[in-house]
Write a protein that binds this ligand. Structure first.
Ligand code: SER
Length: 358
């Protein structure tokens, strides 16, 4: 089994040694990333997955988990019940309201995206203190943390590094950026003036995903959804009206590469991590180029472009390409799929099989 290793913290607490089963917690477990991550963890030998989602998980996913909880990540009574039963050692905190949905109810997005993350960071710090090992906190952030001021800047900026253009225009982007900072704070500075503080109380690791494309699930509520929606519509012989212009370019990656990268970062040797936050990129077709490839694989696909001004503005504020050299150097990030193999080896065969059997 390729388990997720842990670091000891410096102080042991009086609670360590109590008999609760040790567990990996996945929040937002029923979402797109959760689906892939639960399967990947199970395949790598983990039988200690505890899943939390606002909705009941599919039977297939429930069978891969040691236990599942249905409820709100901000519900402290629910988190308390979970802690009474499990010693949480690793957290993959995936639950979030994405960028399009968040613009219809920004306060609700803030509650889930920031409130939920705070609740889990606090839980992680308490767990680290109680069981004498640093809880590993793996957090997916997003290209939505970027905010390029205009199209001319976006087109001339080249590959954007982690610390550039951090002026997000969506509530989701603001929330993710702030939570990146909270994670860094909890890891390095939490209770920095308290006499009994534990240094580096949690082990916070964060990846910034580009747009994700899965063959198995269709996203909802995001603004990079046009690419996955386009290919899933074509496979079902449905017309698709793309909500951005054909020249719109942002980075994407396949879901298996996103899952693999997330697990790789979780397993990476801490001493090699120079940052808490890492960009990930793989390929960056324009929406028009993406439509052309969809058309090659699904002849007869009917794709039109009907840009939505507001959603277009959000995508226009995201980079064309990200600089992911830190991830490559520090922990060996190397996505398997480029644009051609994403279609030829992963998306097309799997999506065809999916809709042929449904
Ligand atoms: N996929 C996300 C969204 O569109 C970006 O990370 O909101």
């Amino acid at each position: 089994m390729t388990g997720i290793p842990l670091d000891p913290v410096l102080e042991q607490s009086s609670l360590s040694g109590q008999a609760r089963s040790s567990a990996i917690l996945i929040t937002g477990a029923g979402g797109e990333v959760g689906h892939g991550l639960i399967r990947a963890l199970w395949e790598s030998g983990h039988r200690d997955i505890v899943a939390l989602d606002i909705r009941r998980l599919d039977r297939e996913l429930r069978d891969l988990c040691l236990d599942t909880f249905v409820g709100d990540i901000c519900d402290s009574a629910l988190l308390g019940r979970m802690l009474a039963m499990y010693e949480i050692r690793v957290i993959f905190h995936l639950a979030a309201l994405l960028s399009t949905r968040g613009e219809f109810s920004p306060e609700a997005a803030h509650d889930v995206n920031v409130g939920g993350t705070m609740a889990l960071l606090k839980l992680a710090a308490e767990q680290s203190r109680s069981h004498g090992e640093r809880v590993k906190f793996v957090f997916p952030s997003s290209i939505a943390v970027y905010g390029l001021p205009d199209l001319a800047t976006k087109r001339s900026a080249g590959r954007i590094g982690e610390d550039q253009y951090l002026e997000p225009t969506t509530m989701y982007g603001c929330n993710k950026l702030y939570c990146e900072h909270l994670g860094r704070y909890y890891q390095r500075h939490y209770r920095q003036l308290a006499k009994d503080r534990i240094p580096d109380v949690i082990d916070f690791r964060c990846v910034r995903y580009p747009g994700l494309i899965s063959a198995d699930t269709v996203p909802s509520g995001g603004t990079s959804d046009f690419a996955p929606e386009m290919i899933h519509a074509a496979a079902q012989q449905q017309r698709y009206a793309c909500f951005v212009r054909p020249d719109t370019r942002i980075p994407f990656m396949t879901m298996p590469d996103a899952i693999e990268a997330t697990m790789q970062l979780a397993r990476a040797d801490k001493s090699r991590l120079r940052r808490t936050v890492y960009n990930l990129g793989a390929f960056q077709p324009s929406a028009g180029e993406f439509a052309a490839i969809v058309g090659e694989h699904f002849p007869g696909a009917e794709i039109e472009f009907a840009p939505d001004v507001e959603r277009q503005a959000i995508v226009d504020s995201w980079p064309e390409e990200v600089d992911d050299s830190a991830a490559r150097e520090d922990w060996g990030y190397a996505p398997r799929h480029d644009l051609a193999t994403a279609f030829g080896e992963y998306l097309v065969p799997r999506i065809r099989a999916r809709y042929a059997s449904s």
